[in-house]
Design a protein around this ligand. Structure first.
Ligand SMILES: *[C@@H]1O[C@H](CO)[C@@H](O)[C@H](O)[C@H]1NC(C)=O
Ligand SMILES: *[C@@H]1O[C@H](CO)[C@@H](O)[C@H](O)[C@H]1NC(C)=O
Ligand SMILES: *[C@@H]1O[C@H](CO)[C@@H](O)[C@H](O)[C@H]1NC(C)=O
Ligand SMILES: *[C@@H]1O[C@H](CO)[C@@H](O)[C@H](O)[C@H]1NC(C)=O
Ligand SMILES: *[C@@H]1O[C@H](CO)[C@@H](O)[C@H](O)[C@H]1NC(C)=O
Length: 456
């Protein structure tokens, strides 16, 4: 419970006390963004590297949280240390706004906070996924679990640091201290809550939280996605869920497991108790999918809320296999406050068949047309460097290799460097992907039929 507890619990006292003398001058002297990028690694054994990671440990975050409360009013001031004024003209008094689309009927674009996480040998995929989902208005937290080498983590941080676009937008963060995330266990819930708490503590105004594993990929541009989501109420959670348990009862809910990542420094095989337990009767269990699109208010409810439901279920699911696919659906549907905000569709394209009951089968070029037709926003799972990824880049995202996905904020010549000249980030240029997504969402919400699929 140590890991998952840390995300939900109030700031820990001890490490704070220790380090407070060390950090406050650094943390208060500059806005949080720039400070976190230049922090030194406090671990004595590691050679001090100045470029460094955005996030080091929960204890450190507690401190930054405390200081961000006192400095939040000044955290976006100063044209030299904040995000580039060209990208965010509205945040600065003297702007050079470039307007070529003045459609006033469009609501302001929302923002999505992404956790992009992977494992050993996933650093290239994580970076590709970052480029394919990039938008200056969003927030990104990149995570490589402990099976990846420190060098991999360093390479990801260096690449992020050296990219002029990420530097200008200041919205990509790399988790320096990895969390254990064993997909078949319960530690991924702890990682998701930890990541959301980091993003909340940064006090950035994001609206939705999305966890992407390295084997996922977008099927629409961020302009498409943000455009469609700007028309949706900001309390809609897109979560596959069902109270029909079926085969999952014997494989997912009755076994008692202990995830080694929660208490052992070295990851080992999961521990299964010989006994099985009954299904709970104090609350209803809902099963679902590990991918979901969750609102900020719901994440705050899970992490900061005074209602004890999220913590109670967290403790129950700590000993259940694959709990990430069940935790959020169960919290949502057992909560009176949130049970009417859930849409039973996660906007992810994935195929389960007889041979892939619990994990979707790998997608390839043969699936491309179906993926497009589905109107989904993301797909999973994709093999590293599968040719279908290039097809998606070319046909759906308009992204050239090594570049970020273009959007309305990119003003350069078409080609590799379109996004090296930037304009206002809040101007979206949705394409055909937004029509596909719109059709899918309209179908979901039409006639209020989504109500009859809520929490059943
Ligand atoms: C939400 O919770 C309330 C109170 O428990 C209940 O009356 C209502 O039917 C629930 N709604 C759904 C969609 O489950
Ligand atoms: C999510 O639910 C929708 C319908 O409710 C279904 O079509 C889709 O296959 C499900 N996706 C996953 C990943 O389970
Ligand atoms: C894609 O995968 C399916 C099922 O795994 C397979 O039948 C098909 O031949 C594959 N197509 C390509 C182009 O590799
Ligand atoms: C894109 O970049 C590659 C290598 O950097 C270069 O060879 C190619 O000509 C560029 N393409 C365009 C359209 O600028
Ligand atoms: C919505 O309602 C109309 C008329 O009541 C019906 O023709 C249509 O098929 C319904 N659409 C869906 C998606 O249920």
């Amino acid at each position: 419970m140590q890991n998952s507890g840390a995300a939900a619990a109030p700031p820990q006292q001890q490490p704070q006390q220790q380090q407070q003398n060390q950090w406050p001058s650094i943390l208060t002297s500059k806005p949080i963004f720039s400070t976190l990028f230049t922090l030194r690694d406090p671990k004595p054994n590691n050679k001090p590297t100045l470029l460094l990671y955005t996030f080091l440990a929960i204890s450190l975050l507690s401190i930054t949280f405390i200081f961000s409360l006192s400095t939040s009013s000044s955290s976006s001031s100063g044209p030299h240390s904040g995000p580039d004024p060209f990208l965010f003209p509205a945040h600065h008094a003297h702007n050079h706004r470039i307007i070529y689309d003045s459609n006033k009927a469009n609501p302001p674009p929302p923002s999505i906070a992404y956790l992009i996480s992977g494992s050993r040998a996933d650093s290239a995929r994580i970076l590709r996924l970052l480029h394919a989902t990039f938008h200056p208005l969003n927030q990104y937290l990149l995570h490589l679990d402990p099976s990846a080498s420190h060098a991999d983590r360093e390479r990801v941080a260096l690449t992020v640091q050296s990219n002029p676009i990420f530097k200008a937008a200041q919205n990509v963060h790399v988790m320096g201290k990895p969390d254990f995330a064993y997909q078949k266990g319960s530690s991924p819930v702890s990682l998701a809550l930890h990541a959301a708490s980091i993003l909340i503590r940064l006090n950035l105004k994001w609206d939705w939280f999305v966890c992407l594993s390295a084997d996922a990929y977008p099927l629409v541009t961020q302009d498409d996605l943000l455009h469609i989501m700007s028309f949706l109420p900001k309390e809609m959670n897109f979560v596959n869920h069902s109270s029909y348990i079926g085969w999952k009862e014997s494989r997912r809910l009755r076994p008692i497991i202990v995830d080694p990542g929660l208490y052992l420094a070295e990851g080992t095989e999961m521990f299964y108790a010989t006994q099985k337990r009954d299904l709970p009767s104090a609350f209803r269990v809902f099963t679902g999918s590990s991918f979901s699109i969750l609102t900020r208010s719901f994440m705050e409810f899970c992490i900061l809320g005074a209602d004890n439901l999220p913590r109670l279920l967290l403790m129950y699911f700590a000993n259940t296999p694959s709990s990430l696919s069940n935790y959020f659906p169960s919290v949502l549907c057992n909560s009176r406050q949130f049970n009417r905000t859930v849409i039973n569709q996660n906007l992810l394209y994935a195929i389960y068949d007889d041979r892939h009951i619990s994990d979707p089968r790998p997608l390839n070029s043969s699936d491309f047309d179906d993926m497009v037709r589905s109107g989904a926003a993301f797909a999973r799972k994709l093999q590293p460097d599968d040719p279908v990824l290039d097809l998606i880049d070319e046909k759906l995202l308009g992204r050239s290799p090594g570049s970020v996905v273009p959007g309305g904020w990119c003003l350069g010549e078409p080609g590799n460097s379109t996004c090296l000249t930037w304009g206002d980030a809040s101007i979206l240029r949705p394409g055909s992907g937004s029509q596909r997504l719109e059709k899918a969402i309209v179908k979901l919400l039409s006639n209020g039929t989504f109500r009859s699929h809520q929490c059943v």
